[in-house]
Design a protein around this ligand. Structure first.
Ligand code: ACM
Length: 279
């Protein structure tokens, strides 16, 4: 499942890499405005890996399939991924971002990873949240890990957090950093991501949005609180609940290769899968 991409997360002899998130407030359908907010937030910032929210350019709560289709793009090949590549070139960084994807007429809630040398990979959300089930098909591709300059990243999207299998699968496949693009509305995800980090020994970067989206008579309030957690569950960065913010921290991704919690307890090897008796 691993994909080798000789791209920019490279630490070239260093052990540290800078990872960041943008917490934004996209307005539904206002792509130019949403792009400008992201570009402004990135000014003067430096990181090798950036995580942006789910549906960061389009807004979230589409009224129906026709509206979702109107904003959906091919990934790779659409305008959003080309724009992300120009951003990646300008900032010499890898970007992960969510977008509505169209593929052979089918709609998916997708996250993409794009670096200066181009498209790295995509993830189609497996666990759709609430009304998303009316608009999108659940993902039909494997959870993959992408090697970005020697560091393995995995992607998950928002509500995937409540299915521990998502992060576990990525971690078992070798992900050191889980890039979690989100439009969170339930209040407890940020706390739950502590467990996803600790039980898998991985860094997690949750990039959430803020604001109230009122569209076609419905209103959703997004919870902000974007965060970066270590494999031990320490909070390295935490955004406010209602502020547009960029945060960058320096991490050593190799810390996520160490899966022993005591000298005799290993997160993966100590699992008793023969006795779980379940798929
Ligand atoms: C969500 O999965 N966007 C709540």
């Amino acid at each position: 499942m691993d994909m080798d991409c000789d791209d920019t997360l490279a630490t070239s002899g260093e052990t540290k890499t800078r990872v960041g998130f943008l917490q934004t407030s996209p307005a539904i359908g206002a792509l130019e405005k949403n792009i400008r907010q992201i570009e402004d937030l990135l000014e003067g910032q430096r990181a090798e890996l950036w995580v942006l929210p789910e549906f960061a350019l389009t807004g979230y709560d589409f009224v129906d399939v026709a509206e979702a289709r109107q904003y959906a793009e091919e990934a790779p090949g659409g305008k959003s991924t080309s724009w992300l590549q120009s951003l990646a070139e300008k900032h010499n960084a890898t970007f992960v971002m969510g977008l509505p994807e169209i593929f052979s007429g089918r709609l998916f809630n997708t996250a993409v990873a794009v670096g200066p040398k181009g498209f790295i990979g995509r993830y189609r959300k497996l666990h759709l949240f609430d009304r998303e089930k009316e608009l999108f098909e659940p993902g039909d591709e494997w959870l993959q890990v992408f090697d970005v300059g020697g560091v393995k990243i995995g992607m998950m999207i928002c509500f995937d957090w409540i299915f521990p299998e998502t992060a576990r699968t990525l971690a078992l496949r070798g992900a050191q950093i889980i890039c979690h693009s989100a439009n969170l509305v339930l209040s407890y995800c940020q706390k739950a991501m502590f467990a996803r980090s600790v039980e898998n020994g991985v860094f997690t970067v949750t990039a959430n949005r803020i604001g109230t989206e009122t569209h076609a008579g419905r209103s959703l309030v997004f919870t902000g609180g974007s965060q970066i957690l270590t494999p031990q569950g320490e909070t390295l960065a935490q955004a406010g609940t209602d502020t547009v913010e960029a945060h960058v921290v320096e991490i050593n991704p190799e810390a996520a290769l160490q899966k022993n919690v005591t000298p005799t307890n290993h997160l993966f090897h100590d699992r008793r899968t023969a006795f779980y008796g379940l798929e």
